[in-house]
Design a protein around this ligand. Structure first.
Ligand code: 13P
Length: 248
């Protein structure tokens, strides 16, 4: 059985002091749940969050990583650096990185492979734009991303993968995919994994929905059979809202 997994993606929000303030507030609200919980924060917040959440079960994720072990890559952070801090997860291939920072399926694939050399679990983001959906190409786009992003990654590693289906048109727009649209694509993603690997392997993969998830729609989304969790942007910035989502 897959354990539901709800992660916050803070994007470029919260200084270290603000992260610590959130952690203290969130720890007071958090009573432990059956839902796996993580906060994916800016690099500068990771160390304080790992320390603040130690022993609580709340996990910590980064939002990006470089695919090289080390080298002359000004401004970049390696998987070993994240691993040493005690980071549990790392988002890879978020649409904002694909759109604004030249992330490609090829770099996503290299980053996944690098993370799999260590113990940090990747959260791979896939999803189509509005134009692609309107042209009836949503499933083709997502399938293409999965085939390219997961090229030459073993079934053993795939079992540790989290996939977030994030339709680009639903991110930060207040326009959520309907639970049915999200459900259909999450089912399509699992079927694609069955074709690429096998049923047992595909069964282990946690598939999240992301895009304008908030307290008001979390229950409906989380109750869908094919959706195992959520990747929450804006609504993860307030401890009370994020707690309400986890308590869906
Ligand atoms: P919002 O929840 O703010 O729409 O962001 C979704 C997202 O991009 C999470 O990674």
């Amino acid at each position: 059985m897959r354990v539901p997994f709800i992660a916050g993606n803070w994007k470029m929000f919260k200084t270290k002091a603000e992260a610590l303030e959130f952690a203290e507030e969130f720890k007071k609200l958090y009573k432990g749940t059956d839902v796996q919980t993580a906060i994916c924060a800016p690099f500068t917040d990771l160390e304080v969050l790992v320390a603040a959440f130690r022993g609580t079960g709340i996990q910590v994720g980064a939002q990006n990583v470089h695919f090289a072990d080390n080298g002359a890559y000004t401004g970049e952070i390696s998987a070993a650096m994240l691993e040493e801090i005690g980071v549990d997860f790392c988002i890879v291939g978020h649409s904002e990185r694909r759109q604004y920072f030249g992330e490609t399926d090829e770099t996503v694939n290299l980053k996944l492979k690098k993370l799999y050399e260590g113990s940090i679990r990747p959260i791979l983001c896939v999803g189509e734009s509005l134009e692609q959906r309107d042209a009836g190409k949503a499933t083709d786009i997502v399938k293409g991303q999965l085939l390219a992003d997961l090229e030459n990654i073993s079934a053993e590693n795939i079992r540790k993968l989290v996939i977030a289906y994030e339709p680009v048109w639903a991110i930060g727009t207040g326009r959520t995919a309907t639970p049915q649209q999200a459900e259909e694509m999450c089912a399509f993603i699992r079927n694609t994994l069955i074709d690429m690997y096998d049923e047992d392997t595909a069964d282990e993969v946690i598939i999240q929905y992301g895009g304008s998830v908030k307290p008001a729609n979390a229950t409906e989304i989380m109750n869908m059979d094919e959706i195992d969790g959520a990747l929450v942007g804006g609504a993860s910035l307030k401890a009370e809202d994020f707690m309400e989502i986890i308590d869906f």
